[in-house]
Write a protein that binds this ligand. Structure first.
Ligand code: ZN
Length: 487
């Protein structure tokens, strides 16, 4: 949590002993060398226990504000969401390493983002099988982004029109009625190929988003129009997700915007929870604006400017003012690889309250109606994997614990049967059974053994899981998109 790292001069006592105390605000450098992009050095930050630590960081950018330098740093072994601007007094310049020829941050599979040594990964290992969530970092159950592969990015549209005042356009400027959506920046195309991951897309560019009664602090870059990135706050209409550059513009918009819920069809309602199904072709502007918002919290995720091939399922919570967006997932209309989720996100104000698992549960209820098994698109983000593991574990244990002995014999079930009952793809059933370490081989056959620890852990976890999808409240008829010709 970057708010835990105050941007003030570190008292001398907080400096590691071997470095001595660097003078405040003016790092003394050997000779007159300058700290430039690509340099690495230890940088002071607060860990989760609010203690000082000096992890190695890479300088991604330098800016000069009224003669005072600020450095944008990426902590090498940490998730990008912790990247931040720091003052010079937080840099341990005595350990400065200059950029080598290939000074790019090494990443696994050439993908930016979650690195093997990140705290989230350690959370996975430390978690006990039946309750895989407790030892998570603060942002756990957060964004379950799965990576979309690079595809169908439409070319940039340089000749877009711009008008004065509110966000570079009139009230309809983000509508696709003219076929040319203003806005999403096409530079830094968000493909998963690292070679396209330029310095711009490695840096958070939006400081704060106001969405209804929430203020959100983005974690990652999102390609909102450049002229909006200098604003202290970007204002979004919480219902149509249109972005506006000032409160005044938002208020003016709200007098004209009649939406009090996402567009599309409400296909589920129970209590205050609803789901809306939105066609990325029919509601292109909304879908693009949703992707822009989501990108703020998803790292290695492709932004689909061409939203036509996707459906968006937006979960809302109702109150007297309307249906407020809580999270969403996207899904290809046709998937040749049994994907039932492309990207999935719970907005930060709603994280760690069971909504992420509710989204996942809903995605499998859709697959059940379709009579298919499904799996989220790979690779999953660090946090996404945690949420899915937890969902799969609980879902499979629920099935296993309901099995009754058969004529005094051990109950039997096949992997296929578990998969059909849950719509969880076979591979994910197997990996979950392995992860839970339930499989034993005994006298020529496989036996699943549920230890007391597993059973107790599962019961505790299910006791806490209040939010559930009620299949009776789902009103959904799958469409056969392959018979519809062009999307
Ligand atoms: Zn609106």
């Amino acid at each position: 949590d970057r708010s835990a790292a105050p941007e003030q001069a570190a008292p001398g006592g907080q400096v590691p002993p071997e470095t001595g105390a660097p003078p405040l605000n003016q790092p003394r450098l050997p000779g007159s060398v300058e700290i430039v992009e690509g340099c690495r050095l230890p940088v002071l930050r607060k860990n989760q226990e609010n203690e000082d630590e000096w992890p190695l960081a890479e300088i991604l950018s330098v800016k000069d504000i009224a003669g005072r330098k600020l450095y944008y740093v990426h902590y090498i072994d940490f998730n990008k969401r912790l990247d931040e601007w720091v003052t010079p007094d937080r840099l341990d310049v005595k350990k400065l390493q200059f950029p080598k020829k290939e000074a790019k941050t090494p990443t696994k599979n050439g993908l930016p983002g979650s690195r093997p040594g990140s705290p989230e990964r350690e959370g996975v290992r430390a978690a006990s099988p039946a309750t895989p969530v407790p030892s998570l970092p603060d942002s756990a159950e957060a964004s379950q982004g799965s990576n979309g592969t690079a595809r169908r990015l439409i070319p940039s549209q340089p000749g877009r029109k711009r008008k004065a005042n509110c966000g570079g356009g009139d009230e309809d400027s983000q509508d696709s009625s003219d076929g040319v959506p203003t806005a999403p920046r096409m530079t830094g195309s968000l493909v998963s190929d690292r070679s396209h991951d330029d310095i711009v897309t490695r840096m958070k560019n939006i400081d704060c988003i106001e969405l209804g009664r929430h203020r959100l602090k983005p974690w990652y870059f999102s390609p909102y129009p450049q002229e909006l990135t200098a604003l202290p706050i970007l204002y979004l209409c919480e219902f149509c997700l249109k972005y506006l550059k000032s409160l005044k513009c938002l208020q003016r918009h709200l007098t004209k915007c009649n939406l009090r819920h996402p567009p599309g069809n409400e296909i589920y309602r129970k209590g205050t929870i609803s789901f809306f199904e939105i066609d990325g072709r029919k509601n292109k502007t909304y879908s693009q604006n949703l992707c822009l918002l989501a990108k703020c919290f998803l790292d290695h995720k492709t932004l689909y400017y061409d939203t036509d091939p996707f459906l968006f399922y937006v979960m809302t919570e109702y109150d007297a003012k309307g249906f407020h967006i809580v999270g969403y997932f996207s899904k290809e209309k046709e998937s040749t690889e049994d994907y039932n989720v492309a990207c999935i996100l719970t907005l930060p104000p709603y994280q760690r309250r069971g909504y992420g698992k509710l989204l996942i549960e809903f995605s499998y209820e859709l697959s059940k109606v379709e009579g298919k098994t499904g799996t989220p698109e790979k690779p999953l983000s660090d946090l996404g994997l945690l949420s899915y593991r937890s969902y799969w574990s609980q879902t499979i244990l629920e099935i296993l614990m309901e099995l009754k002995p058969d004529n005094g014999e051990r109950p039997q079930i096949t992997i296929n049967e578990i998969s059909e009952l849950t719509s969880v793809k076979k591979e994910d059933v197997i990996s979950t059974l392995q992860y839970l370490n339930l499989i034993n081989y005994y006298k020529g056959q496989y036996i699943l053994t549920l230890s007391e620890d597993i059973v107790e852990g599962h019961e505790r976890a299910m006791h806490k899981r209040h939010l559930r999808i009620d299949p009776k409240c789902l009103h959904f008829t799958p469409k056969d998109w392959s018979k519809r010709g062009k999307w």
